[in-house]
Design a binder for this molecule. Structure first.
Ligand code: MZP
Length: 500
């Protein structure tokens, strides 16, 4: 047998040691943009996400509601594949057809009946003005007006490179200062070629889409325009059995990226699947593969043509694979090892294949550690399952609100394809549990909080981008005694006492 020299560790055993931070190193300057699919040296990834978060390919996590909510924040969901091809394709198309707003051809403010409606009107000086309603999550009331002065415009060309300039022509004023929806929209992008005006926030996330009057008159054109570039990004899980039927259905529905969902990816099934998809549908169809936990597994999937590679076996919160089968590896060690293999592969071939740390994120800082260790992005199940937008029931037990969360390897999910070893079409034994997680509220609030911690830590380490963070970060293993030191200790917490 081969013995790895180092024991395998997980995130909770590491800490980051701060580095020098200049005065530019402030959270607002941090970019969390990251590549999702492979690219060649000197080129850019064809798909990038603005935050390094993807939601897990699980029944209890990623449906169309989750996908829309996460895409609004800049991440991407992979719609679960353990359902019929038709149902999964329907979910994908609901995300792609979600409209975020348009200009009416009317010159008066109308009752705001359409979700995310944006109305064109003239102000008293005759300047063109636009009224913007909310994005459909609230009641449709007026939240902002774009008038004709002092507005910062970003011009964006077809290849997505943004060129900023100041213009004296437009200004955003708020009709309702308490409304958060539009208060973040501090940039506008004008794309001449497409005749539309997406309003994006400071992280370049699309908030609203304004169409020219003459453009909206032609509804067919409008649908075409909200083409691949401007609609919300969505991914979908596939398996190594029915890909010949599932993949075309998902692509027709508009899926931007696919991922082979398997508990163990170092297998010929994955290379056959990748080869078939790339030969049949071309290299523009992007397919991730996994999961692997060492350099050898990475190399295998890289050479098989994977567009990104997922890392992690047995670390998921609902996963009992290590207990049932005795396979897996500490998540931190797996990420560190695979990230090294990715860099080596890049040096050798000039092809950068992003890696995704999948499973085992418990605290927000674990995400930051995963990035520091070399992950390009994370896949999270438990984290997202706690939010309003996850597809599961919220229940109240003993006065506490909980959400259901079950593994794909549990009897409840019956996702035998994920654990398929080429035998019977059934789950032979369970590798996952059915559980509850504490209900945590809305995705937006939680993601914003998690990311603010991430940005803050990155600044402590002197990094403004994920790449820079990976290069600059210094990590230390901690002893079990110093882990105790890391929490509050030797004090009596006040909430343990009830007042007399
Ligand atoms: P977590 O974020 O809940 O810790 O882990 C989510 C990940 O666990 C998923 O993305 C998937 O890779 C893995 N998973 C899903 N179901 C099971 C199972 O039933 C599982 N064993 O391990």
């Amino acid at each position: 047998a081969y013995f790895f020299e180092e024991p395998s560790h997980t995130f909770g055993e590491y800490l980051l040691v701060p580095g020098y931070s200049s005065d530019r190193c402030i959270p607002v300057n941090v970019s969390l943009q990251t590549p999702l699919v492979k690219f060649k040296k000197g080129e850019e990834s064809k798909i990038k996400i603005n935050i390094p978060m993807t939601s897990a390919i699980m029944q209890a996590v990623s449906d169309d509601t989750m996908a829309i909510a996460l895409a609004k924040e800049g991440g991407v969901s992979f719609i679960f594949g353990s359902q019929s091809i038709e149902q999964q394709a329907e979910m994908v198309s609901r995300v792609k057809n979600y409209k975020s707003g348009f200009v009416s051809s009317d010159s008066n403010i109308k009752p705001t009946t359409t979700l995310g409606e944006i109305l064109e009107l003239k102000d008293e000086t005759g300047h063109s003005t636009m009224a913007v309603t909310d994005d459909g999550t609230a009641t449709g009331k007026l939240v902002g007006i774009v008038t004709s002065r002092d507005y910062r415009i970003t011009r964006m060309s077809m290849d997505q490179t943004a060129e900023e300039f100041m213009t004296p022509f437009a200004k955003l004023v708020y009709a309702d200062a308490d409304t958060t929806n539009l208060s973040q929209a501090n940039d506008m992008i004008w794309d001449n070629k497409l005749n539309m005006l997406p309003l994006v926030d400071k992280n370049q996330r699309l908030r609203y889409m304004v169409f020219r009057k003459d453009y909206t008159d032609n509804k067919q054109n409008r649908n075409e325009v909200i083409d691949n570039k401007k609609r919300y990004l969505v991914g979908a899980g596939i398996n190594t059995r029915d890909y010949a039927e599932r993949v075309p259905a998902l692509l027709n529905a508009g899926a931007d990226v696919l991922c082979i969902d398997s508990s163990e990816g170092f297998s010929e099934w994955q290379s056959i699947t990748l080869k078939y998809i790339h030969e049949e549908f071309g290299d523009d169809v992007k397919v991730g593969a996994g999961n692997v936990v060492d350099a050898e597994g990475f190399r295998f999937l890289a050479e098989a043509g994977a567009d990104f590679i997922k890392v992690g076996i047995g670390g998921g919160s609902i996963c009992i694979t290590r207990e049932t089968k005795g396979i897996g590896r500490g998540q931190a060690t797996a990420v560190i090892d695979v990230a090294k293999a990715r860099d080596e592969y890049y040096r050798e071939t000039g092809v950068y294949i992003p890696i995704c740390s999948d499973g085992g994120i418990v605290h927000d800082y674990h995400m930051t550690l995963a990035l520091a260790m070399g992950a390009d992005f994370m896949m999270l199940g438990r984290y997202f399952s706690r939010f309003d937008e996850s597809p599961t029931n919220r229940v109240r037990i003993n006065g506490t609100y909980l959400k259901e969360y079950w593994g794909e390897g549990s009897n409840r999910a019956r996702n035998w394809q994920r654990y398929d070893m080429g035998g019977d079409k059934k789950l032979s034994f369970e590798e996952g549990v059915d559980s509850y997680v504490p209900y945590a509220g809305s995705l937006k609030d939680n993601v914003e909080l998690s990311l603010s911690k991430m940005r803050s830590t990155m600044c402590n380490c002197g990094a403004l981008t994920i790449k820079e963070f990976q290069q600059k970060s210094k990590l230390t293993l901690v002893s079990s005694t110093s882990i105790v030191e890391g929490g509050s200790h030797d004090v009596i917490l006040k909430d343990k006492f009830s007042h007399e």
